[in-house]
Design a binder for this molecule. Sequence first.
Ligand code: RM4
Ligand code: NI
Length: 272
Amino acid sequence: MTVLRSSEYFPSGDFPVAIEPRYPQETFPEHHHQDFNEIVLVEQGTGTHVFNDQPLILSAGSVCFVRHRDHHLYEDTDNLHLTNVLYRSPDAFRFLSGVGDLLPQEVDGIYPAHWRINPGQVAQAKTLIDLLAQKTVSQSPESQAQQELYFMQLLLLLRKGSRDVGYGGQGGDLNNLLDWMNEHYDEEIDWPVLAERFSMSLRTLHRQMKQQTGCTPLNYLNRLRLINARNLLRFSDSSITDIAHQCGFCDSNYFSTLFKREFGYAPRNARL
Ligand code: RM4
Ligand code: NI
């Protein structure tokens, strides 16, 4: 697997943070980072992010915290624009201590790496990222302190986003619904029931889904099913029919047709 090193991306000097925009992020092979971590903020477009072997759909507002030991890749990218905020280990900061406590924490083997923030939060994060980028020129203490402050503000902002999501009960939140779908894509989905569960009308579900992911609800569901099926085709020995069923397709011929349409090759050609 490819290993990326900080010396390729960080300016010389010991800046703890570096900004690497990808406009666009093309397909990128599996890799991990030897001595840096990265925060990924998606601004537009879509793609599949395979993070520690788990495929996820990215769209505007997706955030991901990649630790140096995590491995990941991008595929199926379509006009995907993202910014990488690279940072060295928390003890590389000169003025901040305890940054590690503001990062997502792994608990019982579960690492909450991905979530989504809303368009207003994306705009605020972009402003902070632009300010951060300007500060990688001077190494004066003032300028470094300022950079570290912006980084901390960014962490707080992104964390706020993570707490808005998944704290059920507030209703009407597409992010909660997308998280739910990510867990339950293999089940039969009754759209009116699902919309009600997340306190929105079917119309709102359609509109918000289209706005935020560029997909209709059914396309989004099929994509989730297909990227998970492709993953199983690659990494398990189960038959194509079993995989189709496991991922929520009742008819494996229909599965093959959709698969070919989505990826341009037949399921059997996804086998490694
Ligand atoms: C790549 C891709 C990788 C990132 C490097 C810095 O284009 O975004 O995930 O680690 O840049
Ligand atoms: Ni990376």
